[in-house]
Structures are given as C-alpha cells and as structure tokens.
Design a protein around this ligand. Structure first.
Ligand SMILES: Nc1ncnc2c1ncn2[C@@H]1O[C@H](COP(=O)(O)OP(=O)(O)O)[C@@H](O)[C@H]1O
Ligand SMILES: [Mg+2]
Length: 243
C-alpha cells in the first residue's frame, strides 16, 4: 500500500490494528463544541487498552469514532489498513459487523431470550448458519465462564453475569477489535474486576480490546492506559512489569 497519508509504520497487509490520525470532533452549536482535538494514536493487535478520563472528556465520542459509529470532523480512522472515512456507509457497516464488537454500560440483552439466544442473535447479520451460530455462542459463553448458564434468561442472572453475556455476544462473531464503554459502570467492584479479568483473557487470545473507564483503580489492571482530558490525549503509559 503506497497511500502517503497512511500511518507510516503500516504494512497494509495482514495485521489488524487501529490508528487515529489527527482526529477531531466538533459538535455544531453556538459556540461549537470542540470535543476531540487532534487525536493521533496507534493500537496494535491484541493490546489491552484502557481509555481513562473524567466525565465529559470525550471518551464516548472517541470510542464511537474509533468504532466507526460516528464520523470524525477532521482526520482519519484506520482499521486494519483501511481508511474508514473513504468507505461508503454500506462498506463501513460491513466492516463493523465483521471486525468490531461493542459492549456498553447497559447490557442491552433481550429479556425474552436465553443467554445462548442473546449471544447467537448477535451473529444474525454475519451470514453464519443457525447451527454454527449456536456452536459459536456456546463457545463464547464458555470464554466468559457462563456455559452453565446458557439456558438462563437475563432476569435469572446477576448484573455481572448479564454483562458477561453481552461480552460473549460481542466476541462470538470473532471481531478483531472489541470496544467497551464503561462496561463495569453498573456493577459493584468485585463484579467489575471479574469483567476486566475476562476482557484481559480475550485480549491475550489476540483480540484488540479497548475499554473506557473513569475508574483509575480498574484502569491500573490494563496493559496500556491512554488518558484523555478536554478532548486531548494527555498521557499514554504501558505497564512496565509483566504479570
Ligand atoms: N451528540 C452530541 N452533540 C453535542 N454535544 C455532545 C454530543 N455528544 C457528546 N457531546 C458533548 O461532548 C462532550 C464529551 O462527551 P463524551 O464523549 O460523552 O464524554 P465522556 O464519555 O468522557 O463523558 C460533552 O461535553 C458532551 O456534552
Ligand atoms: Mg462516556
């Protein structure tokens, strides 16, 4: 790939990674709100990254843009060697359903469905047949320690377990990147730590995991912490000691 505006270190071939180049976001208004300011960063395959910062610092906006749910006002988001801003909307949503998983603070499970069906339903638009959807859903539930709860409905599960079902739904389609926006925000500390533990396992298995949190204690459990303040990156540290 010889695109001169591509991140310099990219090979453009097989590695899946995430790069932001000069990403800005301005919400129109009087005055306009400059929510992200010239954000440039690279995230390598399999990294386990926390994005930390106080409320209103632009974390959710940055995650929506990294996940191609929202477009930047300036700059470009590269995913796996692809400049996402140059894709059409249909191609972008294809990229999203094939490569990206999302987890939110609210679990968004369907109350009438079992854990297994909640997870399997997440793969409906990937062209995977029903039998394989069920098999993959069971495998994904197993990865978050819930294979014994596959036939439970959300009301029969704790908050932490419901969030683990949501994580299983997000990883069942085998995304290359998993984004989570305050996934522990509705949980107590012990359940939150367990969520981080499962997310770390997912990153160790090769999926890039990017998690937003305003909780510094939880952020300390990540391999890399990117700090955001007033829409700008003010810190980017990696853990020095491997655990
Ligand atoms: N769709 C929007 N329109 C206008 N302003 C927005 C919109 N979304 C977020 N904002 C504003 O952008 C700022 C950053 O919000 P957000 O990205 O949600 O921060 P965080 O997730 O760190 O709390 C806030 O001031 C918020 O009010
Ligand atoms: Mg937020």
């Amino acid at each position: 790939m010889t695109d001169p505006s591509a991140p310099a270190w990219r090979t453009g071939e097989s590695e899946f990674d995430l790069s932001l180049r000069g990403v800005g976001k301005i919400y129109p208004g009087n005055p306009p709100l400059h929510v992200l300011k010239d954000v440039t960063l690279d995230i390598a395959p399999g990294e386990f990254v926390a994005v930390v910062g106080p409320s209103g610092s632009g974390k959710t906006t940055m995650l929506s843009i990294m996940g191609t749910l929202d477009a930047p006002s300036t700059g470009e988001v590269w995913i796996g060697g692809v400049a996402t801003g140059r894709l059409g909307e249909a191609e972008r949503s294809r990229l999203r359903s094939d490569r990206i998983g999302f987890v939110f603070q609210q679990f968004f499970l369907l109350p009438a469905l079992t854990a297994l069906d909640n997870v399997a339903t997440g793969m409906l638009y990937q062209g995977i047949n029903k039998r394989n959807r069920r098999r993959r859903a069971l495998e994904a539930l197993d990865r978050v320690g819930l294979s014994a709860r596959a036939s439970h409905r959300p009301t029969q599960l704790s908050g932490g377990e419901q969030q683990r079902v949501a994580i299983a739904r997000a990883i069942a389609g085998e995304p290359t990147i998993l984004f989570a926006d305050e996934p522990t925000g509705a949980l107590d500390r012990a359940a939150g730590r367990r969520i981080v533990h499962y997310l770390r396992d997912i990153a160790d298995a090769g999926t890039t995991v990017v998690v937003i949190t305003h909780d510094q204690e939880l952020a300390a459990l990540f391999g890399r912490r990117i700090s955001l303040l007033d829409g700008a990156i003010v810190g980017d540290e990696r853990e020095l000691v491997s655990r």
